[in-house]
Write a protein that binds this ligand. Structure first.
Ligand SMILES: *Cc1c(COP(=O)(O)O)cnc(C)c1O
Length: 399
């Protein structure tokens, strides 16, 4: 039977201390022990079920982590204070000085900046490749390559990574495949397709409210325990722990994720087809003639569509700016970075979220300066939204 991530979350029985239907919030940094011996054993990692200190683990974070692990079909999970914390903690746990990473050339701008500008401090080298070119990925591997890094749906060009094929390449080399699934929760379950570690920015679709930043690392119990090891675990020692008040609110939002993803996908499919009809170059992996369509289709969990992200190419950044300002005035949504919000958000990628990527890289990866990325919202009347967009296109002489 196919994996049903929504059912996995639905079936969890998580109660509060007094039978509360929402798990209790742990409002404590430290925890008391009745016996000194138990504290020693907890420190040594030989006692189960005790909490020591909230940077290490706390019950509220554990509830959210358990729900995410169930959704992702991984043994375990650790929740972080941001998506970048999840990504950097994972990479620093896997790599040491002198190591090498193969990464998709198109990734989230912050990830790209970390790989390109920050890791050289530790003498860690990164080869950036077109992740859809499997030969190029294999050729980029070196004896000291420690991981292959990609995003299921890459930002901002919405390319699709072939997770089964990439995991085969990684596993043949004896290294893990790390996948950022931020754009496609519910839609794709990377761990069931061969990914070893799945990282998330919970800030986006999973929380869906734009009221906080948060992240998660979903992986084997061994990897998560190693991250939280008091002596040498990257999570324990760098301390990017999520605040338990936040994990509690994110957990409640997680329970509506399946409905939201369906609506985001439906609305995005509608707007994408309308944009395409105008003749403007439109990128949307739900199109049958999209380069990544067949691969995405093969990886999908049923019922959640092809995601809420679309991109259109207006050729110049001036045209993109004019059009976005008009759309904001017309109430289509907000000119803002980020995604997965209930309102539509749009931004000119080359001048915003991918501005960390040098121009020559932007050219190489086919990122037009006029690319406008949309995170399509939960609009009840998407036909009306399109009417507004169409008026803006006309005002800007784009149609
Ligand atoms: C936003 C984002 C991140 C970073 O997450 P933060 O929560 O902002 O730290 C990483 N990857 C992708 C794909 C993102 O969209």
């Amino acid at each position: 039977m196919k994996h049903d991530p929504a059912k996995k979350i639905f079936d969890l029985l998580q109660f509060g201390e007094f039978g509360d239907v929402n798990p209790s919030i742990t409002d404590s940094a430290t925890y008391t022990f009745m016996q000194a011996k138990t504290m020693t054993e907890t420190f040594e990692g030989t006692a189960e079920g005790c909490f020591l200190y909230s940077r290490h683990w706390n019950p509220s974070n554990k509830y959210l982590a358990e729900a995410l692990a169930a959704m992702e079909a991984t043994e375990s999970c650790w929740v972080t204070a941001s998506g970048m914390a999840a990504i950097t903690t994972t990479i620093l746990q896997l790599c040491k000085t002198g190591d090498h990473i193969v990464s998709s050339m198109t990734t989230y701008g912050g990830t790209f900046a970390f790989l390109k500008n920050y890791l050289p401090k530790f003498n860690i080298e990164v080869s950036f490749v077109d992740i859809t070119d499997l030969d190029a990925v294999e050729k980029a591997l070196r004896p000291n390559t420690r991981l292959i890094y990609t995003e299921t749906m890459t930002n901002p060009l919405l390319q699709i990574s072939d997770i089964p094929a990439l995991s085969e390449i990684a596993h043949k080399a004896g290294i893990p495949l790390v996948v950022d699934n931020t754009f496609t929760p519910m839609i794709v379950t990377p761990a069931l397709l061969g990914a070893d570690i799945v990282v998330y920015s919970l800030t986006k679709f999973i929380n869906g409210k734009n009221d906080c930043v948060a992240g998660a690392i979903c992986a084997t119990a061994d990897f998560i325990n190693a991250l939280a090891n008091v002596n040498d675990g990257t999570a324990m020692l760098l301390g990017p722990t999520l605040d338990p008040l936040r994990s509690s609110s994110i957990l409640k939002n997680l329970h509506t994720l399946h409905i939201r993803m369906q609506k985001h996908s439906q609305n995005a499919a509608y707007l994408a087809s309308k944009f395409k009809e105008t003749g403007i170059r439109t990128i949307y992996p739900g199109f049958e003639d999209d380069k990544g369509h067949a691969v995405l289709k093969k990886m999908l969990n049923p019922d959640f569509g092809f995601g809420g992200m679309i991109a259109i190419d207006l050729i110049t950044s001036d045209k993109a700016a004019e059009f976005m300002e008009k759309m904001e005035m017309a109430g289509v949504g907000y000119l803002a970075v980020s995604l997965g919000y209930f309102k539509t958000l749009f931004s000119n990628s080359g001048k915003s979220t991918s501005s960390e990527v040098p121009i020559e890289f932007q050219k190489k990866m086919g990122l037009s300066e006029g690319l406008v990325r949309f995170s399509v919202g939960l609009d009840h009347n998407i036909e009306d939204t399109w009417q507004r967009i169409e008026n803006c296109l006309r005002d800007c002489q784009l149609i």
